[in-house]
Design a protein around this ligand. Structure first.
Ligand SMILES: Nc1ncnc2c1ncn2[C@@H]1O[C@H](COP(=O)(O)OP(=O)(O)OP(=O)(O)O)[C@@H](O)[C@H]1O
Ligand SMILES: Nc1ncnc2c1ncn2[C@@H]1O[C@H](COP(=O)(O)OP(=O)(O)OP(=O)(O)O)[C@@H](O)[C@H]1O
Lengths: 228, 228
């Protein structure tokens, strides 16, 4: 069973530790803040109060057996760098570290970090994109210039079937799924809106005003499709 | 032209402001930190040094014309709450606020925030998911229980054509795209790896060992598919 250690359980680190635990993984948490350790000790396998910058602290903990270490310290770059170096020297296979700037990233990868994450920056970019194109709920960049987006049905296409809309030849994009909210009765007999997802919808499917389409294609073709 | 104001240009807020500016939008930034204002004033339309919790500060700025406000303050919940209230009173159509806990979210939506973001938590969940399933590069949840993932070709399917693999009837998932790294010569004649994306790959396409598949389906079917 793979073993994980999360060092610095702030907003980012604690979400990593909690999600790993929910997926049934063994997780150790190290943090210098007593309250954080208190809270995490009720959730994860083991939580210890430790300042990782103190002398010989990491060596005294047998971390060499850990498969993955996630360093969630944001305010102290030196602590992230030293911790990355020590973990790689002790033989931890995968070290994931958080960074704020590109130069942080350069240093952390030079000292052995296997993966570097910019949590706040990446979410900032996503939020800005969704504000600029309010019809896009989420998108994933498959490759530079190619993406998948969830978007509302363009006005001109509402009421048409997929066959009539002929999206692939007109816009060069593909509709891979359709999400529709349909009222259903819950267990108390009250009506609630539930998502129904149709994967690879057939040509006969009629595009409704409130349907959400999952569309894949070149980003410039997606732009054209959205503004129809 | 839509006008945006970003209040609190920390790691998250500054990424929102920079991305909006790159997309050609007019962006005003408010922050109490002089260095932040200095840096942002070189990038956005206007940056002002302001403590939004000071009396009558927001009223004195004509923010009522703003279409969207993004509040990127994380360390001071009271500031986020008061700012949200004032902006909605002034008539700002969309207020997006950052939160850390579920109870923050409850308060912020009660006082009028239109959208609430948990940047660190959401990224923590994503990173943990990608650590648990290392073959998944990214995923987007289309609806509870339904997702799209990018994943490596399962060992058993490598070398088969899509027709032979018969993925839809065997696993109940759909392969919507295929990403393949192929060496190409760049403008200096040196070989580099470039992504080629094939949307809706034909049944005759052979699945290579290094191909990345973009797969959509119910999450439990995706799990089955990945572990073939
Ligand atoms: N030297 C250290 N040893 C152990 N834990 C540390 C150390 N430095 C910081 N931490 C812990 O790391 C966690 C993250 O805090 P920090 O303020 O460094 O980053 P942050 O970027 O604000 O975090 P986040 O945005 O994820 O909340 C905190 O819980 C803090 O107690
Ligand atoms: N009352 C205020 N008025 C104006 N700006 C503020 C106020 N309080 C905080 N800020 C600014 O908001 C930005 C975000 O800082 P804060 O420490 O509150 O959040 P954070 O969650 O650590 O941010 P991030 O994770 O995005 O870096 C900083 O640039 C800070 O100067």
């Amino acid at each position: 069973m793979k073993q994980y250690v999360v060092i610095g359980a702030g907003r980012f680190g604690s979400a990593v530790a909690i999600t790993l635990t929910q997926k049934g993984k063994q997780v150790m948490v190290l943090d210098k803040d007593e309250q954080v350790v208190q809270r995490m000790s009720e959730i994860v396998t083991q939580a210890l109060q430790v300042d990782v910058t103190a002398e010989n602290v990491l060596e005294s903990l047998d971390l060499g057996d850990m498969d993955v270490a996630v360093i969630g310290i944001g305010s102290n770059l030196e602590a992230s760098i030293l911790t990355t170096m020590q973990l790689k020297e002790m033989g931890v296979k995968t070290v994931v570290a958080k960074a704020t700037t590109r130069s942080d990233k350069k240093i952390l990868s030079r000292v052995g970090a296997d993966r570097i994450i910019f949590p706040e920056r990446d979410m900032g970019v996503r939020v800005a994109n969704s504000l600029v194109s309010p019809t896009i709920f989420d998108y994933i960049q498959v490759s530079p210039g190619f993406g998948i987006v969830e978007t509302k049905v363009p006005k001109d296409l509402q009421g048409q079937t997929l066959g009539e809309a002929n999206v692939r030849s007109r816009f060069g994009v593909d509709i891979v799924a359709l999400r529709r909210q349909a009222p259903r009765l819950d267990k108390n007999g009250e009506s609630e809106l539930k998502d129904t997802v149709i994967i690879a919808p057939p040509a006969t499917e009629v595009l409704g005003e409130n349907d959400i389409l999952v569309v894949i294609g070149e980003e410039k073709n997606i732009e054209k499709f959205k503004s129809t």
